[in-house]
Design a protein around this ligand. Structure first.
Ligand SMILES: *[C@@H]1O[C@H](CO)[C@@H](O)[C@H](O)[C@H]1NC(C)=O
Ligand SMILES: *[C@@H]1O[C@H](CO)[C@@H](O)[C@H](O)[C@H]1NC(C)=O
Ligand SMILES: *[C@@H]1O[C@H](CO)[C@@H](O)[C@H](O)[C@H]1NC(C)=O
Ligand SMILES: *[C@@H]1O[C@H](CO)[C@@H](O)[C@H](O)[C@H]1NC(C)=O
Ligand SMILES: *[C@@H]1O[C@H](CO)[C@@H](O)[C@H](O)[C@H]1NC(C)=O
Ligand SMILES: *[C@@H]1O[C@H](CO)[C@@H](O)[C@H](O)[C@H]1NC(C)=O
Ligand SMILES: *[C@@H]1O[C@H](CO)[C@@H](O)[C@H](O)[C@H]1NC(C)=O
Ligand SMILES: *[C@@H]1O[C@H](CO)[C@@H](O)[C@H](O)[C@H]1NC(C)=O
Ligand SMILES: *[C@@H]1O[C@H](CO)[C@@H](O)[C@H](O)[C@H]1NC(C)=O
Ligand SMILES: *[C@@H]1O[C@H](CO)[C@@H](O)[C@H](O)[C@H]1NC(C)=O
Ligand SMILES: CC(=O)N[C@H]1CO[C@H](CO)[C@@H](O)[C@@H]1O
Length: 475
């Protein structure tokens, strides 16, 4: 394939005629012959009409210097046991031939090899297969993309070359831009680059754009991921517990965006979406000293799952049914949670830690029938419940919450005496005190002056967060 670009175009046109295809109307990203491409690029084909993806044929990427096959996507393999996230929940991630698997941040996931949105088909090569300083050619079989008029399309003459090298390993800041104009095209590409133990804080600045990708990483510290603007920097993925089912080995794979074993991480000023419903976190955090600042999170069941110590400021979370699955010590300030169905949280803090504390925040439930937290028996009495579960609301504005406020909470013999389902000064959205006369008997209203110490403690970041006073890094 060592032919000049001009010749490729001739071949390209010839293949159109041969196949009766519409290739000349297809926009390619990266462009044919493009130089200085980042190796984490996706391949985007924009057609004159929405394409249908075949269940046969392959997409192949070759190194043009030796015609070596670098990556292949075989469309005869279904993406997952439940490609639409609505069926079987059996997984075997070490079997790489029955479903589409991809290693993301060191973990094996099922993934969508192609996602079609409107007229654009984004092809997701397996992560980290392309390298710097190479020229690649892309070939697609005619079964892969079919257009509305029944025509097929191939690209047998598409080449591009990657940058000679990536950012310096000690760069304090790198930039992600979906259009390929910066250091990385994908958020995951920049995270993979980020050193695990930098001596200074690393900032990943993500330009406005739509980043449809599954993001996962482990064991990084001192890292900020900052969007250019909160509503227009959008990272998301269609994922849930059917698409990426639970597995005996490894972590929960169902979130759109998740990380484990981290410390001193800050997420600022962007949106994270999970486009599937069901058990489908937008965000799962397992780490210490994690800041979520000016973020918008939109998921479904367990839309935000927390472990560790987390400060959530000036952010908004939308979900349905246990919108928060709360194992962590989390302090929410000036933030809003909207739960469009079911309980706002399943609070699972253990003895010795605090958490799920809301200060000057807003909680909105569905149609008058939501509760702040529930603690039902989850296992027919087999597994212990969470007798030290804590959710404390201070100056919370509310709407759509049932008069009972809390529950259901498991009854006797479950010992509810250590629960902290506490409220102080709960208001409606206009700031009027709400009627709490029908609140669940195991919950409690904090009052002044007798509870002033408790109210002050739970307003204190360090008290809630195990001694940590978070400082939001502002640039
Ligand atoms: C799949 O594609 C191969 C090669 O292009 C072809 O031989 C085969 O008949 C196709 N199978 C189906 C079921 O379309
Ligand atoms: C899942 O959704 C797909 C696409 O909408 C549909 O064809 C399929 O029948 C559904 N499967 C189940 C088990 O509901
Ligand atoms: C999972 O797949 C691997 C590789 O194909 C296989 O060796 C293993 O037996 C499978 N495990 C189960 C539980 O089916
Ligand atoms: C993180 O970076 C800051 C400033 O760049 C530095 O002072 C601090 O020591 C680093 N923290 C860790 C845990 O490496
Ligand atoms: C955050 O996003 C807003 C727009 O939503 C933008 O005006 C602002 O500059 C961003 N802030 C930072 C610190 O990046
Ligand atoms: C961001 O979107 C929300 C609602 O989706 C809207 O209320 C807000 O004004 C938007 N912010 C900006 C800076 O456009
Ligand atoms: C959240 O995501 C779902 C699914 O993509 C969408 O239907 C819904 O409108 C989104 N909600 C908000 C508040 O953005
Ligand atoms: C919460 O709001 C109250 C009333 O406006 C204010 O006195 C208090 O300082 C605020 N708390 C925090 C932690 O910002
Ligand atoms: C609230 O939801 C529960 C469970 O779906 C239902 O049993 C109950 O009747 C509902 N209550 C109101 C007031 O709508
Ligand atoms: C709360 O009420 C339930 C029945 O509604 C009862 O079983 C339980 O013992 C009560 N708990 C407390 C602490 O009063
Ligand atoms: C189990 C489940 O809720 N599956 C949903 C996954 O997401 C798809 C697409 O949004 C829905 O159709 C399924 O019902």
């Amino acid at each position: 394939m060592r032919v000049l670009v001009v010749t490729f175009w001739l071949l390209f046109t010839a293949s159109n005629a041969e196949l009766g295809g519409r290739d000349n109307e297809i926009q390619l990203f990266p462009k044919n012959g493009q130089q200085n491409v980042n190796p984490d690029t996706h391949l985007v084909l924009t057609f004159p009409s929405p394409p249908t993806i075949g269940n046969n044929g392959t997409i192949r990427v070759y190194d043009t210097s030796n015609n070596k096959l670098i990556d292949m996507l075989d469309l005869s393999i279904p993406s997952s046991p439940s490609p639409y996230g609505n069926g079987s929940t059996k997984a075997n991630y070490s079997d790489t031939t029955t479903y589409q698997t991809n290693i993301i941040g060191g973990m094996d996931f099922y993934f969508h090899p192609i996602i079609v949105r409107d007229n654009a088909a984004t092809v997701y090569l397996h992560n980290n297969q392309l390298d710097y300083g190479q020229t690649y050619s892309v070939e697609t079989d005619s079964e892969v993309f079919k257009l509305a008029d029944g025509s097929y399309s191939t690209t047998n003459s598409w080449t591009f070359s990657t940058k000679s090298q990536g950012p310096s390993p000690d760069a304090p800041e790198v930039i992600v831009a979906a259009d390929g104009s910066a250091d990385f095209n994908t958020v995951q590409g920049a995270i993979d680059w980020a050193p695990s133990n930098p001596t200074q804080r690393i900032t990943i600045l993500v330009k406005d754009g739509n980043y449809e990708e599954l993001v996962y990483w482990q064991y990084k510290t001192n890292l900020t991921i900052r969007g250019e603007s909160r509503n227009k920097t959008i990272v998301g993925y269609p994922n849930n517990s059917a698409f990426n089912p639970p597995n005996r080995q490894g972590p929960s794979r169902r979130p759109a965006f998740s990380f484990h074993g981290v410390s001193d991480v800050q997420l600022s000023n962007f949106t994270i979406n999970n486009y599937y419903r069901g058990q489908a976190e937008a965000l799962l955090i397992e780490g210490v000293r994690v800041i979520v600042d000016h973020m918008t999170l939109n998921g479904s069941g367990d839309a935000f799952t927390t472990y560790g110590t987390i400060y959530v400021a000036d952010s908004k979370l939308t979900g349905d049914g246990d919108t928060i699955l709360g194992y962590g010590s989390v302090y929410w300030l000036h933030s809003e949670v909207v739960s469009t169905a079911g309980a706002v949280s399943w609070t699972r803090t253990v003895q010795g830690i605090h958490g799920n504390v809301f200060v000057n925040s807003t909680i909105i439930g569905d149609q008058g029938n939501s509760t702040f937290a529930r603690l039902p028996d989850n296992s027919g009495g087999v597994m212990p419940n969470w007798p030290y579960a804590e959710m404390v609301l201070i100056n919370t504005k509310t709407a759509g919450i049932a008069p009972v406020g809390w529950g259901p909470v498991q009854g006797p013999p479950f010992d509810t005496s250590h629960l902290h389902l506490w409220e102080y000064n709960t208001m409606d959205l206009e700031g009027n005190i709400v009627d709490v006369s029908e609140r669940l008997n195991v919950s409690k209203q904090l009052r002044l002056p007798e509870d002033s110490v408790t109210i002050a403690e739970y307003s204190d970041l360090a008290y809630v967060l195990g001694g940590w006073t978070p400082v939001v890094v502002s640039s």
